[in-house]
Design a protein around this ligand. Structure first.
Ligand SMILES: Cc1cc2nc3c(=O)[nH]c(=O)nc-3n(C[C@H](O)[C@H](O)[C@H](O)COP(=O)(O)OP(=O)(O)OC[C@H]3O[C@@H](n4cnc5c(N)ncnc54)[C@H](O)[C@@H]3O)c2cc1C
Length: 485
């Protein structure tokens, strides 16, 4: 990279909305050239999936935070909108920049856009440098012994651990030289946040998008959540998971930073976490890596069964069932609580995600892609790799998928992982009067018990949409059909 030049260098921000551990920004700062930071809202390039509503809300907050953090270092964040293959070369031409840097993306559609932009700029003599920042191990760095991509998590995880330890995170550049005179669109004009109706109050109450919010969340987790993670991470009534997922999704924190902080916590015994807690947490981070590995090698993971035999699966068309599931009105409290948590906060606990996804795909026999789409629109952490891979995993059609005969019993799942019903009662106030032994099975309460709890089934809380046993038999029959087809 050239040095001591007065011609500007462009840093193209994408899913890496932070200033620390940002190798592209660090490289630009090291040149001493004036720095132009740009974010391009690209909803037009072929194959790029537009963000859902909750993620758009998040993006607005994240860009505001990034603009603030860059401004404090002397750099303006330039906002542009349109297909990157036009917008980025235009910006380079307009500013007379001779170099551009960015951190690599691994969603194949986004990677294809990046490649086209790099080719166009290189052909014009612009220097292009790209960096590893968003994954500990990029998809092509890990191969099975036979040379192919991994399709099973455990050997993938072992291979990841066998590689050299992840690099140490980079500090944020201090002051940089900015570049004046380049126009920016206004964030408000992008209308990323809802106005009428403003459904984002629950999101605002729960989250602080941006790098500072991410670092605060990590610190809180290390102090008061990581200890016990190995055993309590499945409990939605506890706060033992990090809630870093939207921050990781938008790259407000890097996996290198999370890894490093967890390893340091191991050495210092911060918060009282054990080695088992830390190993488990790091392995979950590796599931994110695995999802990206799968997506990189299976670009249509969100739309096509990973296992082709599922193409013959007899999905049902059931718009009423789908709507009841989306609204949290299935009559199974753990499912409904999860769907209300999602609707209100844009997030749902992992165990509950598994239960609600299983309920949709197996109890209702509704195509997992319907669920994937709903999550895409409502999750603040909606992620092209994690969402698609996880939905396929639960439906049984995915890589290293749950065995086809595993059909979660929503009552038993609730009783096991929310034993006092605290989680259910938080999201379903109508059930607050029920004792713990009935809160996951209100339909088994006697009329007297219901009356005492102030619950009117079919009125204040729905009756079950399907009978668990019958739904289970139906799902097993459908799955057996697929198995032999
Ligand atoms: C049906 C379904 C859909 C999902 N959709 C998404 C999604 O769109 N975006 C998303 O980030 N995660 C998704 N997940 C995975 C998981 O539920 C979330 O990553 C996790 O709940 C986030 O909470 P946390 O940050 O507190 O996780 P922690 O337990 O603190 O884990 C730390 C980080 O590891 C990663 N991680 C943890 N569990 C998984 C997992 N099972 N698969 C992949 N990465 C994982 C996440 O980046 C997470 O932030 C989905 C899971 C299911 C079952």
């Amino acid at each position: 990279m050239s040095h001591a030049t007065s011609l500007p260098i462009v840093v193209w921000f994408r899913d890496d909305l932070r200033v620390s551990d940002h190798p592209a920004l660090t490289a630009a700062a090291a040149t001493t050239a004036p720095v132009i930071a740009v974010y391009d809202l690209d909803e037009e390039s072929p194959g790029l999936r537009p963000l859902g509503g909750a993620a758009r809300w998040w993006l607005a907050g994240s860009l505001r935070a990034l603009a603030r953090d860059l401004r404090a270092r002397g750099v303006i964040l330039v906002l542009r909108r349109g297909p990157a293959a036009r917008v980025i070369p235009d910006l380079v031409a307009e500013t007379g920049a001779v170099e551009i840097v960015w951190n690599r993306r691994h969603d194949p559609a986004a990677a294809a856009v990046d490649e086209a932009v790099a080719d166009a700029l290189t052909a014009r003599g612009i220097g292009v440098a790209t960096f590893q920042a968003s994954l500990l191990t990029e998809p092509d760095q890990l191969r099975t012994k036979a040379g192919g991509p991994f399709g099973v998590f455990t050997p993938f995880w072992r291979a990841l651990l066998a590689r050299p330890a992840p690099r140490a995170p980079l500090p944020a550049p201090t002051a940089m030289q900015g570049f004046d005179g380049v126009g920016s669109e206004r964030l408000e004009d992008w209308r990323l946040e809802p106005t009428v109706p403003d459904w984002a109050a629950g999101l605002r109450a729960e989250w602080t998008p941006g790098e500072t919010g991410a670092q605060d969340r990590l610190a809180r987790f290390l102090d008061a959540g990581l200890a016990g993670y190995a055993t309590l991470r499945d409990r939605p009534d506890r706060t033992n998971t990090s809630r870093l997922s939207p921050h990781l999704r938008f790259g407000e924190i890097s996996p290198f930073q999370v890894w490093d902080a967890a390893m340091l916590a191991r050495d210092t015994r911060r918060g009282g976490a054990t080695a088992a807690d830390i190993d488990k947490f790091l392995s979950e981070l590796a599931w994110r890596e695995f999802s990206y590995h799968l997506l990189a090698h299976t670009p249509d993971l969100a739309t096509r069964n990973y296992q082709a035999r599922f193409d013959a699966f007899p999905w049902r068309s059931d718009p009423d069932g789908l709507r009841a599931w989306q609204r949290g009105r299935t009559g199974y409290p753990i499912v409904d609580a999860g769907m209300r948590e999602l609707w209100t906060t844009g997030w749902m606990h992992n165990r509950v995600r598994m239960v609600v996804a299983s309920f949709l795909a197996k109890h209702l026999l509704i195509d997992w892609r319907e669920g994937e789409r709903w999550f895409w629109d409502t999750l603040v952490d909606a992620d092209p790799a994690n969402n698609a891979a996880s939905w396929q995993w639960v439906a049984g059609s995915g890589a290293d998928a749950a065995p086809y005969f595993r059909i979660f019993n929503p009552v038993l799942q609730g009783e096991k992982f929310d034993p006092d019903g605290a989680y259910v009662k938080q999201w379903l106030p109508a059930l607050r009067g029920l004792p713990a032994k009935l809160v996951h099975r209100p339909f088994e309460a006697t009329p007297d018990e219901l009356r005492r709890a102030g619950v009117a089934l079919g009125d204040t809380y729905p009756r079950p949409l399907v009978d668990h046993r019958a739904a289970r038999e139906r799902a097993l029959a459908a799955l057996a059909e697929t198995r032999t087809s």
